[in-house]
Design a protein around this ligand. Sequence first.
Ligand SMILES: [Zn+2]
Length: 292
Amino acid sequence: MSKESSKKISAAPSWLGLTQDRLSFVFLPNRAETVRKIFQLAIGGMGSYAIANYLDELKVPTFTQSLNWDNATIDSMLRNRATYGEYQPKSFAGGHKRGIPSGHPISGYYPAVIDKTTFDAAQAARQQNLAHRGRKGNDLANIFGDLCLCAYCGSKVIFHRISNVQVLVCEQVLSDGACSRSAWTYKDFEITVLAFLAHPALLGQAGDELKAGLLDLVQEIKGLSSDQERRYARRVNITVLLKRIVAGLVIHSAGNLSLPRHSSAQIRKDITGRFLEIQLQGGPSYPCISIG
Ligand SMILES: [Zn+2]
């Protein structure tokens, strides 16, 4: 084997290119930007299926001949330490097809497209996402994710269907625990919260960081009604932005209630007087009544 050929690189991660002589990597800015977007969406709580749909809807080119993104590609990219430049030497002894890690990882081997902090944040978000929604869960049915809490008992308020109507209801109620058997129609809730967050008066009171997120949110909400084609991508962006802007949503689904309703009672929807408290990230908390 000549000295030169031993230095040649056999393969590069899909988001990097190789020079003609195959001696070094080429950084591809457009692909790097796509990888960064994928990590950003994962950190925002999106699963790999939702990310694939998002990229397809916006017609973001894949890194192969394939016309569409698939979730397995995105999953393996999100786990790949080469994204922040690390190379793990592998041994193929004993007929291992994919190789097994051998020796210490080498940092700075590949041109990094993200940093290690971003990589770690994505791993944490994926763990949380899998625990809450399962692998194939529809991330966009409830754009509030796990932000909703019950004002009466402190449990999570979760997305549920009652006779085919989508509602938010305290998880204690679904497990026959002692809490108010009242639910908030999801559609009404979403309209109420988004209208509150998009209100100009809120912008005036927000600090710089929050303001930037709120301005982006307003753009996406406006776009939802004017641009039907990018509806999915806009809801993905809104979901990610909500996580940045909102610390929690405390739901009083039966208004000012002192005693829980009896545990055999039927679940009542959209009780007059229902309201929520919107807690902003690093900021104050606001009461908000249904506009439905
Ligand atoms: Zn409750």
